[in-house]
Ligand binder design. Sequence first.
Ligand code: NAG
Length: 475
Amino acid sequence: MPRLALVPLLALVASGLSLPSLVQGGSLGEQVAKRQDRAGTATVSLSQASGTPAYLASGFIYGIPDNSNQVSTQIPDHFFTDIKFQYCRAGGAQLPVPSRGWIYGIEEYRNRFGSALSNYRTTRKFGARFILLVHDLWGADSTQGTDAPYPGDNGDWTSYDRYLTQLISDLKANNMLEGLDIDIWNEPDGSLFWTRTVEQWTAMWNRALPRFRNELPGVIIMGPSISNPPSPGHKWWDGFGAAISRSGNIPDVYSWHSLSYPLDPQLSAADIATWRNKYGLPARPQNINEYGAPDEQSPAHSAWHISRLERNNIRGLRANWASVYELHDYMGNLLGKPGAGTTSYNPHGQGYYPAGEWHVYKYYGTNMTGTRVATAGSADRAFDVYATRGSTANSVKILASSRGADGIWDIKVTGLDAVGLPVSGSVSTQTWRFDYKGKYGEVGTPVNLGVVVHQYSNNEVWVPGLEKRAAGQRR
Ligand SMILES: *[C@@H]1O[C@H](CO)[C@@H](O)[C@H](O)[C@H]1NC(C)=O
């Protein structure tokens, strides 16, 4: 028996409505009696379709082993295909001598470029898109010393211009343009990657964007990749907004990071609109190209982020908190392997197994098919749902979780006639739990919490939330 104590956070629940004939028990009376103790309710509206699933949250930064400049097959394919892998973001960061990037000389640049090319080729093998991190190829990957040069230091752009010429030529020579996004500089506001002024950064942006846009037509240019969403008086967002509205060098995709509680992608979407209005900027697709602080990488947090990103049509990539070669492994902490996180770690080692979160992305990528439907998270913003359906009751799939907080939230499912059910009657839910055993802890398939029948009327059913220990004790 799995030890329930190994679930540190609220258990994540994935439910599939199924036909009443599958009912095998469950005690409706007890659950309903506790409704007044509940923290809130999320809603799934089956009658409101919202497009084909595009797995907007199924991406990660780095996470793919290097293989010189070739495709890597080190991680077995199914780990990528089962989660409908959509996006990787890399540029050779953290590789030591002799692969530290442009500012350490042409050979160190070439070696680092090889890593990016290998990761690009592996990503494209699965049809996913690749975001190239230009700052990492430069060498500003957070390991650079305090004396490291930055583009435009002392008003001199010679090295940066030569760098762009070299990079653009290498991207073309290696057929690296299809499925490519270019991220001009990561987290200029954070001292790890940029230690110069807003003005020097926007001058660089205005220099780089026209070159990429003119010399690499069709490539997507993404930015500003600031470490937070916009907020009133944020000097980096304000500087950027003013600079690009003046120059017209507007990215194809707006990007930023959402790395820690209480940042919320749903609120960020509104913040972006406010910021755009202030500077008269057009709407663009959005990409949170790093989501999830280390303490927000668990099945519960992943499911909550998936729900937030999907509802707001924001693409997202999981942040990656590893260093050196382990940064280039485990698909952004979705996998483990023998020696992971220890001194016996082997960059070329195999024996990969899923960590807890991988099963969430697999359910999201493989089981949740058909059409997305409209949802609403709980009013306290602590609990959310993502849902899909086909045309029958047992095609309905709901991924639900709190943002790691303890509590009991319920789910209201409306529009049952959209999946062929009568407006009143009974329906059953099959519930699965996704466990977590730490960053590299191996986790098996989701735990079956059984089937419960619900009486309903008014074309909607109330699915009582599960309290984490009580849920497990039901069996
Ligand atoms: C997901 O779908 C597969 C294939 O149909 C099935 O075997 C598996 O039980 C499903 N997982 C869950 C948690 O429903």
